[in-house]
Design a protein around this ligand. Structure first.
Ligand SMILES: [Cu+2]
Length: 152
Protein backbone atom coordinates (compact mmCIF):
# COMPACT_ATOMS: atom_id res chain seq x y z
CA UNK A 1 0.00 0.00 0.00
CA UNK A 2 2.82 2.33 0.88
CA UNK A 3 4.36 1.59 -2.46
CA UNK A 4 1.13 2.19 -4.34
CA UNK A 5 0.76 5.58 -2.69
CA UNK A 6 4.27 6.47 -3.74
CA UNK A 7 3.48 5.53 -7.33
CA UNK A 8 0.27 7.56 -7.36
CA UNK A 9 1.99 10.55 -5.80
CA UNK A 10 4.64 10.39 -8.44
CA UNK A 11 2.03 10.13 -11.18
CA UNK A 12 0.21 13.27 -10.15
CA UNK A 13 3.42 15.19 -10.14
CA UNK A 14 4.61 13.71 -13.42
CA UNK A 15 1.37 14.48 -15.20
CA UNK A 16 1.61 18.15 -14.40
CA UNK A 17 5.20 18.57 -15.45
CA UNK A 18 5.63 16.06 -18.23
CA UNK A 19 4.32 12.54 -18.60
CA UNK A 20 7.08 10.23 -17.49
CA UNK A 21 7.97 6.59 -17.44
CA UNK A 22 6.14 4.54 -14.84
CA UNK A 23 7.82 1.69 -12.98
CA UNK A 24 6.00 -1.31 -11.60
CA UNK A 25 8.05 -4.22 -10.32
CA UNK A 26 10.43 -5.19 -13.10
CA UNK A 27 8.48 -3.31 -15.75
CA UNK A 28 8.80 0.18 -17.17
CA UNK A 29 5.83 1.61 -19.07
CA UNK A 30 6.87 4.39 -21.43
CA UNK A 31 4.93 7.13 -23.18
CA UNK A 32 1.36 5.91 -23.39
CA UNK A 33 -0.37 7.91 -26.11
CA UNK A 34 -3.53 7.95 -28.16
CA UNK A 35 -4.97 9.83 -31.12
CA UNK A 36 -7.68 12.46 -31.24
CA UNK A 37 -10.99 10.99 -32.42
CA UNK A 38 -13.87 12.43 -34.46
CA UNK A 39 -16.83 13.61 -32.41
CA UNK A 40 -18.94 10.72 -33.72
CA UNK A 41 -16.19 8.12 -33.20
CA UNK A 42 -16.85 5.16 -30.93
CA UNK A 43 -13.38 3.65 -31.03
CA UNK A 44 -9.84 4.71 -30.26
CA UNK A 45 -6.44 3.13 -29.75
CA UNK A 46 -3.68 3.39 -27.17
CA UNK A 47 -0.01 2.80 -27.87
CA UNK A 48 2.86 2.39 -25.41
CA UNK A 49 6.15 0.60 -24.77
CA UNK A 50 6.71 -1.88 -21.95
CA UNK A 51 10.21 -2.90 -20.97
CA UNK A 52 10.68 -6.01 -18.88
CA UNK A 53 14.04 -5.67 -17.17
CA UNK A 54 13.46 -8.67 -14.91
CA UNK A 55 14.82 -12.16 -15.35
CA UNK A 56 11.45 -13.83 -15.91
CA UNK A 57 8.56 -13.26 -18.30
CA UNK A 58 5.44 -11.31 -17.42
CA UNK A 59 2.22 -10.71 -19.28
CA UNK A 60 -0.15 -7.80 -19.76
CA UNK A 61 -3.55 -9.33 -19.10
CA UNK A 62 -6.00 -6.47 -18.76
CA UNK A 63 -6.64 -2.77 -19.19
CA UNK A 64 -9.39 -0.36 -18.29
CA UNK A 65 -10.03 3.34 -18.59
CA UNK A 66 -12.92 5.56 -17.55
CA UNK A 67 -13.14 7.04 -21.09
CA UNK A 68 -14.30 3.81 -22.75
CA UNK A 69 -16.59 0.92 -21.86
CA UNK A 70 -14.09 -1.68 -23.07
CA UNK A 71 -10.38 -1.97 -23.80
CA UNK A 72 -9.12 -4.97 -25.78
CA UNK A 73 -5.70 -6.02 -27.01
CA UNK A 74 -5.55 -6.19 -30.78
CA UNK A 75 -2.96 -7.39 -33.25
CA UNK A 76 -2.95 -5.99 -36.77
CA UNK A 77 -2.65 -8.83 -39.27
CA UNK A 78 -2.18 -8.51 -43.01
CA UNK A 79 -4.22 -10.74 -45.29
CA UNK A 80 -2.93 -9.97 -48.76
CA UNK A 81 -2.97 -6.18 -48.83
CA UNK A 82 -5.85 -5.93 -46.39
CA UNK A 83 -5.11 -5.13 -42.76
CA UNK A 84 -7.46 -6.55 -40.19
CA UNK A 85 -7.47 -6.68 -36.42
CA UNK A 86 -7.39 -9.77 -34.31
CA UNK A 87 -8.23 -9.87 -30.62
CA UNK A 88 -5.62 -11.20 -28.20
CA UNK A 89 -6.26 -12.13 -24.58
CA UNK A 90 -2.98 -10.60 -23.45
CA UNK A 91 0.46 -9.40 -24.45
CA UNK A 92 3.52 -11.50 -23.59
CA UNK A 93 6.45 -9.59 -22.07
CA UNK A 94 9.61 -11.68 -22.43
CA UNK A 95 12.43 -11.09 -19.94
CA UNK A 96 14.93 -8.46 -21.01
CA UNK A 97 12.85 -7.18 -23.90
CA UNK A 98 10.80 -4.13 -24.80
CA UNK A 99 7.40 -4.76 -26.36
CA UNK A 100 5.89 -1.90 -28.34
CA UNK A 101 2.23 -1.29 -28.96
CA UNK A 102 2.31 1.03 -31.98
CA UNK A 103 0.34 2.00 -35.09
CA UNK A 104 -0.01 -0.79 -37.70
CA UNK A 105 0.90 -3.30 -35.02
CA UNK A 106 -0.33 -4.37 -31.60
CA UNK A 107 -2.52 -1.82 -29.87
CA UNK A 108 -4.97 -1.40 -27.08
CA UNK A 109 -8.35 -0.86 -28.71
CA UNK A 110 -10.90 1.31 -26.96
CA UNK A 111 -14.53 0.52 -27.68
CA UNK A 112 -17.58 2.45 -26.57
CA UNK A 113 -15.78 5.78 -26.14
CA UNK A 114 -17.77 7.91 -23.73
CA UNK A 115 -16.42 11.18 -25.12
CA UNK A 116 -14.21 12.22 -28.05
CA UNK A 117 -10.49 12.20 -27.31
CA UNK A 118 -9.09 15.69 -27.84
CA UNK A 119 -5.55 16.60 -28.73
CA UNK A 120 -3.57 17.86 -25.74
CA UNK A 121 -5.79 16.19 -23.17
CA UNK A 122 -4.85 13.15 -21.14
CA UNK A 123 -6.75 10.38 -19.41
CA UNK A 124 -5.94 7.58 -16.94
CA UNK A 125 -5.41 3.96 -17.94
CA UNK A 126 -5.07 1.05 -15.53
CA UNK A 127 -2.90 -1.83 -16.70
CA UNK A 128 -3.04 -5.28 -15.11
CA UNK A 129 0.04 -7.49 -15.28
CA UNK A 130 0.14 -11.16 -14.37
CA UNK A 131 3.12 -10.83 -12.00
CA UNK A 132 3.85 -7.13 -11.51
CA UNK A 133 0.26 -6.31 -10.54
CA UNK A 134 -1.78 -3.25 -11.38
CA UNK A 135 -0.61 0.23 -12.26
CA UNK A 136 -2.23 3.45 -13.44
CA UNK A 137 -0.63 5.45 -16.22
CA UNK A 138 -1.59 8.67 -17.96
CA UNK A 139 -2.34 8.60 -21.69
CA UNK A 140 -1.64 11.76 -23.68
CA UNK A 141 -3.84 12.46 -26.72
CA UNK A 142 -1.93 13.43 -29.86
CA UNK A 143 -3.26 14.71 -33.22
CA UNK A 144 -5.61 12.50 -35.23
CA UNK A 145 -2.99 11.17 -37.64
CA UNK A 146 0.00 11.17 -35.29
CA UNK A 147 2.49 8.35 -35.74
CA UNK A 148 4.07 8.66 -32.31
CA UNK A 149 4.13 10.63 -29.09
CA UNK A 150 5.22 14.24 -29.55
CA UNK A 151 7.01 14.65 -26.27
CA UNK A 152 10.67 13.60 -26.02
CU1 LIG B 1 -7.97 -2.58 -33.00
Amino acid sequence: MKRLMAVLGFMLFATQAQAADVQIGNLTVTQPWSRATASSGQTGAIYLDIENHGTGPDRLTGAETPVASMAHFHATVMEGDMASMKMMDGVDLPAGQTVSLKPQSMHLMLMGLKQPLKKGESFPLTLQFEKAGKVEVEVVVEAAGALGPSRP
